[in-house]
Design a protein around this ligand. Structure first.
Ligand code: PLP
Length: 227
């Protein structure tokens, strides 16, 4: 099937109220343009240099979402234009984003990434760390970050029950964090969870954003885990 056929097929499964982030990492700007021409405007990337290149080559009304682990020395490349950083996964990264956003005189939209999977390799706050951080003066002092919600990744497994369980756990953390720390913040409303293999489960469990790449663009070539 072509990219456009894939895209239409995925799009048809997404209820209104859930936003589809078309994850274009490793795919060419031409392939992004194909999807863009259907009037889709929301794309996700996970490597800063690649995101900057596509930003430069493609139309400026694309909303670029950064979804991968972000090294602090690369933040500066994406801060001037990024629409939403899904993967704010540590206090250190949060503080560095704040610094760069301030330099750029921007308020940058971010999600806080929560570690819900069994795998040790997935980044993010535990629910305890998250609550500790949100109570801190450090968090309250930040003026250049707008926290719009939470993001998480489930374990890569065939065990559908486990995936349901992990997404449900994230939804519960979202609900409790919202009432404890963001009850007066209407912008805290996004729950980014679900990828090609599990986005339908994520939607059942309350995702407001899903990040789908390979089901739209095709299998990716293996890429290095670094950066
Ligand atoms: C690559 C990636 C995706 C998309 O993965 P697919 O399985 O290709 O849909 C979603 N979220 C994150 C954080 C990613 O790095």
């Amino acid at each position: 099937m072509s990219v456009l056929e894939n895209f239409d097929k995925i799009k048809a499964t997404i209820p209104s109220g859930v936003q589809l982030i078309a994850v274009s990492k490793t795919y060419s700007p031409e392939m992004v343009a194909e999807v863009y021409n259907t009037s889709h405007r929301v794309f996700g990337e996970s490597r800063p240099q690649e995101l900057v290149q596509k930003y430069q080559q493609l139309p400026k009304d694309i909303e670029w979402h950064f979804i991968g682990h972000l090294q602090t020395n690369k933040i500066k490349y994406i801060i001037p234009f990024v629409h939403l950083i899904h993967s704010t996964d540590s206090v250190r990264l949060f503080n560095e984003i704040e610094k760069e956003a301030k330099k750029n005189r921007r308020i940058v939209n971010c999600l806080l990434q929560v570690h819900i999977a069994e795998e040790e390799t997935k980044f993010g706050f535990t629910s305890e760390e998250l609550k500790g951080f949100l109570s801190s003066d450090e968090f309250k002092a930040a003026q250049h970050i707008r926290i719009c919600g939470l993001m998480g990744m489930a374990t890569y497994t065939d065990n559908i029950g486990q995936i349901h369980h992990e997404f449900r756990k994230l939804k519960n953390i979202f609900t409790s964090v919202k009432s404890a720390f963001f009850s007066d913040k209407p912008e805290f409303k996004e729950l980014s969870m679900g990828m090609s293999g599990d986005y339908l489960i994520a939607i059942e469990e309350g995702a407001t954003m899903v990040r789908v790449g390979s089901s739209i663009f095709g299998e990716r070539m293996p890429i290095s885990k670094k950066d």
